[in-house]
Design a protein around this ligand. Structure first.
Ligand SMILES: Nc1ncnc2c1ncn2[C@@H]1O[C@H](COP(=O)(O)OP(=O)(O)OP(=O)(O)O)[C@@H](O)[C@H]1O
Ligand SMILES: [Mg+2]
Length: 278
């Protein structure tokens, strides 16, 4: 079970010259098996929140529980997928997917029956991501989208209760992203992990999420939480629906407000005047 309880969570980075309130007063409950997406202006603490959930970062106030237990470090119940395909270039696709198992075998405590079961799961995952044909290829021989599919399969190998994804499709082209969106939704239906998915892309956040959590910076906190008014089974044409477009405009407007990027017309004019006199 991976329901998540985040209460009054705070994180201050104090090792730099000036302390940064990366997160302050964050309250969020995530149901077991829910798909939640996080959006917000750069620096609003999305990655920090995800790293705290992964146990890769400590928090400085409040509490965060997963399945009723405080998160005190990384665990096999939580798997992370990053933007840059973090595959081992010297291992084949299949070896990459099985890698965490191999570590456990080396540490002992795993029987040959376990290894066989793991092989079955690795095969099934390869099928699920549509890459059975390239099981013995090396990452360098694959496209970015294919590598990221392998990274997702590797994350799923240990049957995590929670999948934490930090802009996993940020480096892919628009068409490949759409394919990945339908793949990750399919995986979510089949494997039912709780997913927390960070993205800069509001359309991606709405298409994938059951709820979209909008964060704002300085200090990093939750601005609003939107229920996505779409059925569980999503199709690409829903992106053109009126409700989808209205929610997208609303969230984009709120992000622009909080981004602190000045699009003031007079200021731009002044910049222009400055450059013509120099
Ligand atoms: N290791 C660190 N040390 C000091 N400050 C940090 C560290 N990591 C993040 N910060 C600061 O904490 C704040 C939140 O950063 P974080 O990376 O969580 O934001 P983000 O929402 O993921 O941004 P982006 O959309 O650009 O990825 C920022 O002000 C950032 O500079
Ligand atoms: Mg980030």
């Amino acid at each position: 079970m991976a329901q998540v309880l985040i209460e009054q969570l705070g994180k201050r980075y104090t090792h730099s010259a000036s302390a940064v309130a990366a997160l302050q007063g964050v309250d969020l409950h995530i149901a077991d098996g829910e798909f939640v997406t996080l959006v917000g202006a750069s620096g609003c603490g999305k990655s920090t929140l995800l790293r705290i959930l992964a146990g890769l970062e400590t928090h400085t106030s409040g509490r965060v529980l997963c399945g009723g237990r405080p998160i005190t470090g990384p665990g096999a119940d939580r798997a992370m997928v990053f933007q840059h395909y973090s595959l081992y270039p010297w291992l084949t696709v299949m070896e990459n997917i099985k890698f965490s198992r191999r570590l456990k075998v080396n540490r002992g405590g795993i029987t040959s029956a376990d290894v066989e079961a793991a092989s079955g799961r690795a095969d099934a995952l390869l099928d699920l991501i549509g890459l059975s044909k390239v099981a013995s290829a090396y990452p360098g021989q694959l496209s970015g989208g294919m590598q990221q599919r392998v990274a997702i399969a590797r994350a799923l190998m240990g049957r995590p209760d929670m999948l934490l994804m930090d802009e996993p499709f940020g480096a892919l082209d628009a068409q490949t992203r759409e394919v990945m969106h339908d793949l990750i939704l399919h995986i979510h239906r089949v494997e039912k992990p709780t997913v927390v998915f960070v993205t800069h892309d509001v359309e991606e956040a709405i298409y994938l999420g059951q709820r979209v959590v909008l964060m704002q910076p300085r200090p990093g906190r939750i601005h609003s939480i939107y229920e996505v008014p779409l059925p569980a089974q999503r199709t690409q044409d829903m992106k053109h629906g009126a409700e989808f477009r209205a929610l997208k405009s609303e969230i984009l407007a709120r992000i622009r407000e909080s981004a602190g990027v000045n699009t003031d017309h007079d200021l731009l004019e002044r910049l222009n005047a400055g450059s013509s006199t120099s």
